[in-house]
Design a protein around this ligand. Structure first.
Ligand SMILES: [Cu+2]
Length: 600
């Protein structure tokens, strides 16, 4: 194991007099050190002086509780090897890696390798591959690395991911990628709170809008409709006011409690990438947040997207991209840093704050953050709702100010079962239980594929924004077999009670989803809620249907936009039990399924 770190320059001199993000001021090292990976044609830089880069085949990781000071208030964190983020692990494709993980917490912990293809016994999820790592115990992971690109790892126990248990993985390719760049940085984003995550969750349970300054009311309204009927509940313009208020519903947990970090550093501590004029730079963006989607741009620069979730895509030049929780994107940029520093600006989707860094040729010259965009409004499209005006008594209602076009076909949650939705009559549908009831207060009755929709807050903003429709596998997917069966899953919730589920059934009441080893499945999600859900299937690739059959991109995490539907294909080529869940930390306990792959 090689530990890359210290150059005897205190990073304090680079921090402009504001509370350090570091866990200890004694870890004082700076200046990116191009390291031995260069031998293999790679140029990974030390992203943050306090985040070591570990490279090799043998690794030792210790999980412990430490004090950190992100905001000025010392707070307990759980950390890998005492750093936030955890160490960046550099693997070589084709190697067998061995990682010994010791838990020094007083509670059970775990380490999951996000997006890594491995035997299910090595996946690291309590209740699936093992029972977790007990206090004082060591678990040894060993598996062959069969892929390359940008990934990450995190705890899969309780809310430990929120309190600092995440780190980056960079896997060097066996054969050189057709990418040209001179420098290489991990840009790991996360959301930090000084509040204990158990408290955050209980606050959400008590009041789902606890961290959202605008009230959440559509669900209230549909409950009212159920009780009183639509006409009475309508009450003139009251409903419209409610709809407008609810249209601000973007994040459950916001900058009201979160400080957004880039490579473990707050905007004040300001991460910086030292870049000289003329250098091409690869930035490996990883969203390791518990709950935050970010919209990322580098004002004044184009970014060339070259990989999504670790897999190479046909390069596409854009101004901005949205990264969901758990996704990764690799971009290549070139900046004239002699002229000025450039801000790496990652604003939270609800504009309640941002993570910030600089590309600069001089570590003491930093870019300032641009103004945040306006708070986006969700539209009826985002709600995927229809308003059924037929049979309604319209007399005496004040319709002024109503947007009839978008309201015309909205239907609030009813008592019926889900209407059968026939996406592809040629595919036999997999039967799964579905429930209506208190778990499901919303329902998208007109969900649309929105692959070319950048999402609320990014539409028509004058910038070229990446969409899923832009993601094209660099390899041809023409010869891949067609799916044999289809599984349709509804993402459901009761926002007033902060309950999340799939098909109205939370994880602890749901039977496993059973598949036969080797079969090819089409999975379609319908998002009945007003929130984005980043859906992550462990151990198996999710091949996203973008509309281009010949270049289907492979992902491990797929954002299902509010009120939309989206489809992807999976070859069930890995035996065992696999978690399949929303990666929003506080949605996960309900919006979760066990996937079982077995021999026929
Ligand atoms: Cu979710």
């Amino acid at each position: 194991m090689k530990k890359i770190s210290t150059q005897p320059i205190s990073r304090r001199q680079f921090v402009r007099g504001i509370a350090l993000t570091s866990i200890s001021a004694t870890v004082a090292s700076y200046l990116p050190s191009s390291f031995a990976a260069q031998q293999m044609g790679e140029l990974l830089e030390n992203s943050n002086p306090d985040v070591p880069i570990l490279q090799g085949k043998q690794f030792e990781i210790i999980i412990s509780e430490e004090m950190v000071n992100i905001t000025g208030t010392p707070t307990k964190a759980t950390l890998f090897n005492k750093s936030i983020a955890g160490p960046t692990l550099v693997w070589q494709e084709g190697d067998t890696v061995t990682i010994k993980v010791t838990n020094k917490l007083s509670v059970s912990s775990s380490l999951h390798w996000h997006g890594i293809i491995l035997p299910f016994t090595m996946d690291g999820v309590p209740g699936f591959s093992y029972e977790g790592i007990a206090p004082g115990e060591t678990f040894t992971y060993q598996f062959k690395v069969q892929q390359h690109g940008t990934y990450w790892y995190h705890s899969h126990s309780a809310y430990q991911e929120q309190t600092g248990l995440y780190g980056a993985i960079v896997i060097l390719p066996k054969e050189k990628e057709a990418l040209e760049y001179d420098k290489d940085f991990v840009v790991q984003l996360s959301d930090w709170s000084d509040t204990d995550p158990n408290t955050i969750y209980s606050n959400l349970k008590k009041s789902p809008d606890y961290y959202n300054y605008v009230q959440r009311t559509v669900g209230d309204f549909s409950e009212e409709v159920n009780e009183k009927g639509l006409v009475k509940a309508w009450d003139g313009r009251k409903m419209w006011n409610k709809m407008r208020m609810s249209s601000r519903d973007l994040s459950d947990v916001s900058g009201a409690t979160y400080t957004f970090l880039m490579n473990g550093l707050s905007p004040n501590a300001h991460w910086r990438a030292l870049v000289n004029k003329g250098e091409k730079v690869r930035l490996r963006f990883i969203n390791s947040s518990a709950m935050t989607f970010f919209d990322i741009r580098i004002p004044g620069l184009k970014m060339k997207i070259v990989a999504a979730d670790g897999n190479l895509v046909q390069p596409i030049s854009i101004d901005e991209f949205r990264i969901g929780v758990a996704e990764t994107y690799d971009v290549i940029i070139e900046a004239d840093t002699d002229k000025q520093p450039y801000a790496i600006f990652a604003q939270a989707i609800d504009r309640s704050g941002f993570a910030l860094g600089s590309l600069t040729s001089n570590a003491s010259i930093l870019a300032s953050a641009p103004a945040m965009d306006a708070v986006p409004n969700l539209t009826m499209v985002d709600m995927g709702m229809k308003m059924d005006m037929k049979g309604m008594d319209m007399k005496g209602m004040d319709m002024k100010g109503m947007n009839m076009e978008s309201m015309e076909s909205m239907e609030m949650g009813g008592q019926d079962d889900f209407a059968p939705i026939d996406f592809n009559p040629k595919l036999p549908q997999i039967e799964v239980p579905r429930k209506r009831g208190y778990q499901t207060t919303m329902r998208a009755t007109d969900p649309q594929y929105r692959l070319s929709d950048p999402g609320a807050g990014l539409r028509n903003n004058g910038r070229k924004v990446l969409t899923y429709a832009d993601l094209k596998n660099i390899y041809s997917t023409k010869s891949l077999p067609k799916p044999q069966r289809e599984l349709v899953l509804h993402l459901t919730g009761n926002m007033e009670r902060y309950m999340w589920s799939i098909d109205g059934i939370p994880f602890d009441e749901a039977p496993p989803l059973r598949f036969v080893y080797g079969e090819r499945i089409r999975i379609t999600f319908i998002n009945d809620t007003m929130m984005n859900h980043p859906m992550h299937l462990h151990g198996l690739w999710s091949e996203l249907e973008t509309g281009d059959e010949n270049h289907i991109p492979k992902k491990h995490t797929i954002i299902v936009q509010p009120g939309s539907k989206i489809s992807f294909r999976v070859t069930m080529d890995a035996m065992g039990d696999w978690p399949f869940h929303c990666h929003m930390l506080y949605h996960m306990m309900g919006m979760f399924r066990r996937v079982q792959v077995r021999e026929a």
